[in-house]
Design a protein around this ligand. Structure first.
Ligand code: HEM
Length: 408
């Protein structure tokens, strides 16, 4: 049942997602206020423009994502909310070192260095055997423990190990990367008493050291590729370090949360878990990403006056792309609140609405989800919840911090 959203409602308020995704409010927005003025205070968001327009319909999210002109990821970054108490203009400027927050031509140049070869379906397929072995090992180690936290024992491990392999972090440093990326993203969660800027600075120094090392000892990894591009002056050494930072964060938090949401969805739908174990449909990973939508919203800034659904958007105003709602749009998905691992087609926007910034890690993420659930089904088919999950407090990430389970 749709629940009306009052004026002044802030969809980037972290308390909302700490409690759960407000699907009933999203349903009302799609129907009654598909271009909704979302108020934000500077203390809560770090933005001093009063708020942003939130787009909740699938078609609108796609249209803005795919538009070639008129919208910027750079002007105010793609992040809809920072910690207004600690993050000011200066810190937001620093975020523009990541390609997520760049516009062309700089974005095209930086993205081009790594998108060829590494993130293509063929590039990812090359990793499959090694990742399958890793997935099996992760699950077998958990099984030996008998019970534990699904998030730290299972969900976070394969994304971390994969990024370590791909980027070239030594595996023994992955817990450190895990901690840094948590600290960067969890600025709204009181469980993490951390300084996100410090964590970012630490990853940047770490990346710069790695870059120096690869200059002397080149390897088959992204860092070596980026160092070579830096030598050719295709990317600057600063862009290189930021790229490593973005990968460490973007590749970890998102995929980990997708796997945790997928497991929870199977717990909530035991008959579907039985069917999954018997049939292993290739359509499962996309549905896990749609249903969980780990990134609930990113934003763009209008670089010219625009109109969406009859609403005027002024140049300089921000527009939120509410993927979490678009992925439940009944105009596109039959029975959207049903977890349906056989859903096909599944044109979800969990990896973005298409266009220049579409997630380059989508093939890798889907492979990781596929391998993890296959390993779970093979080795701990009777896995069961063992207490309530704890949700992340964030204004735009749908995250699970802990999920007690028994491994059977
Ligand atoms: C389930 C897992 C994942 C989800 C839900 C996800 C989601 C997203 C979304 C929504 C975007 C932004 C699209 C836009 O602004 O239009 C994005 C961009 C990005 N993602 Fe992912 N992602 C996931 C996994 C990964 C992985 C595994 C990697 C890397 C190994 C990765 C790397 C990136 C990068 C580098 C960008 C920025 C691309 C650009 O600005 O051109 N992501 N992702």
């Amino acid at each position: 049942m749709p629940v009306p959203v009052p004026e002044g409602y802030d969809l980037t308020n972290p308390d909302i997602y700490a409690a759960g995704v407000p699907l009933a409010e999203f349903a009302w927005l799609r129907r009654s206020a598909p271009v909704f003025w979302n108020s934000q205070t500077v203390e809560d968001s770090s933005f001093d423009d009063g708020g942003l327009w939130v787009l909740s319909r699938h078609a609108d999210v796609k249209a803005v994502s795919c538009a070639r002109t008129g919208w910027s990821s750079q002007e105010n970054t793609a992040i809809v909310k920072f910690d207004g108490k600690t993050v000011g203009y200066q810190e937001r400027e620093i975020q523009k070192g990541m390609m997520l927050n760049m516009d062309e031509p700089r974005h095209t140049r930086v993205r081009g260095v790594v998108s060829r070869g590494v993130f293509t379906p063929r590039g990812v397929a090359r990793l499959e055997d090694a990742l399958r072995e890793r997935a099996n090992r992760i699950v077998l180690e958990a099984r030996d423990k008998g019970s534990g936290d699904f998030v730290t024992d299972i969900a976070c491990e394969l994304p971390l190990q994969a990024i370590a392999d791909l980027v070239g972090f030594p595996q023994e440093d992955r817990k450190q990367i895990f901690n840094w990326s948590n600290e960067m993203m969890a600025y709204d969660d009181p469980d993490f008493d951390v300084d996100p800027a410090l964590a970012a600075a630490q990853i940047l120094v770490y990346a710069a050291d790695m870059g120096e090392d690869r200059q002397r000892n080149p390897r088959e990894d992204i860092v070596t590729r980026l160092v070579a591009a830096a030598d050719d002056e295709v990317v600057s050494s600063e862009e290189f370090a930021f790229f490593v930072l973005l990968l460490a964060v973007a590749g970890n938090e998102t995929t980990r949360n997708a796997i945790s949401h997928g497991m929870q969805a199977f717990f909530d739908n035991p008959e579907l878990w039985e069917r999954y174990k018997a049939e292993r449909p290739a359509t499962m990973p996309d549905e896990v990403v749609r249903y969980g939508t780990p990134v609930q919203m990113f934003q763009r800034t209008a670089t010219e006056d625009a109109e969406i659904g009859g609403q005027k958007i002024e140049r300089g105003q921000r527009v939120g792309l509410l993927y979490g709602s678009a992925n439940y749009d009944e105009d596109v998905f039959d029975d959207p609140e049903r977890f349906d691992i056989f859903r096909d087609p599944n044109p979800h926007v969990g990896f973005g609405g298409g266009g220049a910034h579409f997630c380059p890690g989508s093939h890798l993420a889907k492979l990781e989800i596929d391998l993890m659930f296959n390993a779970i089904a093979d080795h701990i088919p009777d896995i069961a919840p063992d207490g309530p999950q704890r949700r992340l407090r964030s204004g735009w990430l749908n995250g699970i911090k802990a999920m007690p389970v028994t491994y059977r």
